[in-house]
Design a binder for this molecule. Structure first.
Ligand SMILES: Cc1cc2nc3c(=O)[nH]c(=O)nc-3n(C[C@H](O)[C@H](O)[C@H](O)COP(=O)(O)OP(=O)(O)OC[C@H]3O[C@@H](n4cnc5c(N)ncnc54)[C@H](O)[C@@H]3O)c2cc1C
Length: 382
C-alpha cells in the first residue's frame, strides 16, 4: 500500500461542483493511493447540473438532469464546503467568503464559465434559460412565424447546442405543417461544426441541408432590432421574426489567479496555472478555446493522474492528444461525431455511438458513475 510521505499531497481542494470537478474527484479516488487523499470540494450549489440535455427542454422532452452533489461527495469520501471560491493566496490557501480559507497541497480550479447575453433582443439559450426558445416553439406551432435565425456569437465556447436547437426546430416545423418557415444558422465558424473538420463537418452540413436550414458561416450576427440581424463582414441584413442566440462566456476572474482579458484562467499544456505551484485549472474556466464537457473531463483525468503521482513535484502525465466526442441531437436519431485535436487529426460521423456509455458528455469516470445514479426530480414533479 502507498505510504504518504511529507512531500506527497495530502490535502486536495477541488473548486467547483460541475462536470470537471466531479470527474477530478472520481479520477483521484480511482488512482493508486487515491483513497488516502484528504479531499475537499468547495462549491456554492448543492447540485451537479448536467446541461447538455437542456436543448430538448423547449421541445417538451426530458429536463436538464441534476444530481445531489452532497450525496456524491459523501459517496466518494470528500468534504463539501458550500461556498464560492473567491481567490487563491500565495501561501497555498484557497479563499472562500468571510475570510475563510482552506489550506491545500494540490488545488484544482474547476469553477466553470459565466454566461452573458451576446445579442440583445434575441432569445439567449443557456443555463436554465430555455423559456425564450420554448415561447418561439409555441409561436411556430401557432403559425405566427415566417423566419427564425440561430446565431452563434464569438466567444460562445461550444456551438453544438445551437445546431441541435435549429435541427429540432426544423423537425417541429415539419411536424406542425409549417415547413415553409425559413431557418438560418449564422456562425463565425468556417463551416458546419468546423472543429470536426472533414468527414464530421460534411455530415453536419448534409444534415442541415436535409432539414432545409441555410448556413451562413464565417459571419457574425452583430445587431438585432426585432426584425433584422445585421451580419458582418459585409453589413448584410437577414430578416428574422425571432432569433435564438447562444450566450457569450466569461471566465471566473478569481483573485490571485492569472487570467486573460475575459477572466479565463491561464494554463499551460498540462493544465498547470503558471506562477501558482500545486494549482491546476480544468474545464470551461480556463483559456482552452473549446469549452466542452468531454474535453474538460480529459483535462481533469490528466490532472488527477499528475496529483496522484506526487510526490511534491506533481510530474505531468503524458496524456494522449485530446479527442472530441459529441452526440448531436437532431430531433430523430442522434449523429455521433469524433475528432482528434492533434494537428492533421481526423474526424468521423456515425449513427452508432462509438463510446460507452452513450452519454452526451463522454467522460471516463463520470459517465459510468452517473449511469448508476438517479437524478434529482425536478421541483415541479415532486
Ligand atoms: C446547452 C448546453 C449543451 C451542451 N452540450 C454538451 C455536449 O453535448 N457535450 C459536451 O461534452 N459538453 C456540452 N456542453 C458543455 C458542457 O456542459 C461544459 O463544457 C461543461 O459543463 C464544463 O464543465 P465545468 O465543470 O468546467 O463547468 P460547469 O459544468 O459549468 O461547472 C462549474 C461549477 O463550478 C461552480 N462554481 C462557479 N463559481 C464557483 C466558485 N467561485 N467557487 C466554487 N465553485 C464555483 C458552479 O456552481 C458549478 O458547479 C453543453 C453546454 C450547454 C450550456
Amino acid at each position: 500500500m502507498l505510504q504518504l510521505t511529507s512531500t506527497q499531497p495530502r490535502r486536495v481542494v477541488i473548486a467547483g461542483g460541475g462536470v470537471a470537478a466531479v470527474e477530478t474527484l472520481l479520477a483521484l479516488r480511482a488512482a493508486p493511493g487515491g483513497h488516502l487523499l484528504e479531499i475537499a470540494v468547495i462549491a456554492p450549489g448543492s447540485e451537479l447540473v448536467y446541461r447538455p440535455l437542456a436543448v430538448a427542454e423547449p421541445f417538451g422532452r426530458p429536463l436538464t438532469r441534476r444530481y445531489d452533489l452532497r450525496a456524491i461527495c459523501a459517496d466518494l469520501g470528500a468534504t463539501l464546503v458550500p461556498e464560492a471560491l473567491t481567490g487563491v493566496a500565495a501561501d497555498r490557501r484557497a479563499l472562500g467568503g468571510d475570510g475563510a480559507s482552506l489550506p491545500y497541497d494540490a488545488l484544482v480550479l474547476a469553477t466553470g464559465a459565466r454566461s452573458e447575453v451576446a445579442l440583445p433582443h434575441a432569445a439567449t439559450f443557456g443555463d436554465a434559460e430555455s423559456d425564450g426558445v420554448q415561447w418561439i416553439v409555441r409561436e411556430l406551432e401557432e403559425g405566427l412565424l415566417r423566419t427564425i435565425a440561430f446565431v452563434v456569437p464569438p466567444g460562445a465556447g461550444w456551438p453544438l447546442p445551437l445546431y441541435e436547437l435549429a435541427l429540432q426546430m426544423s423537425r417541429r416545423a415539419w411536424a406542425v405543417g409549417a415547413s415553409d418557415v425559413r431557418l438560418t444558422l449564422v456562425t463565425p465558424e468556417e463551416g458546419p461544426l468546423a472543429v470536426f473538420r472533414g468527414t464530421g463537418s460534411r455530415a453536419v452540413g448534409r444534415l442541415l441541408a436535409g432539414a432545409g436550414i441555410e448556413l451562413i458561416s464565417g459571419s457574425y450576427g452583430r445587431d438585432y432590432d426585432g426584425e433584422e440581424v445585421v451580419l458582418t463582414p459585409g453589413d448584410r441584413r437577414l430578416q428574422a421574426d425571432r432569433v435564438v442566440a447562444l450566450p457569450r462566456l466569461r471566465g471566473p476572474a478569481l483573485a490571485g489567479v492569472p487570467c486573460d482579458a475575459d477572466g479565463f484562467i491561464r494554463i499551460d499544456e498540462h493544465s498547470r496555472v503558471p506562477g501558482l505551484p500545486g494549482v491546476w485549472a480544468v474545464g470551461d474556466a480556463t483559456t482552452s478555446p473549446i469549452k466542452q464537457g468531454g474535453l474538460a473531463t480529459q483535462q481533469a483525468d490528466a490532472v488527477a493522474a499528475a496529483i496522484a503521482r506526487g510526490p511534491g513535484s506533481f510530474r505531468p502525465v503524458d496524456a494522449a492528444p485530446p479527442t472530441l466526442r459529441a452526440m448531436l441531437m437532431t430531433g430523430a436519431d442522434p449523429l455521433y461525431l469524433t475528432a482528434t485535436l492533434a494537428s492533421g487529426g481526423a474526424s468521423s460521423a456515425s449513427r452508432d455511438c462509438p463510446w460507452w456509455p452513450p452519454h452526451k458528455i463522454a467522460a471516463r469516470h463520470l459517465a459510468p458513475y452517473l449511469a448508476d445514479r438517479s437524478p434529482l426530480m425536478p421541483a415541479h414533479q415532486h
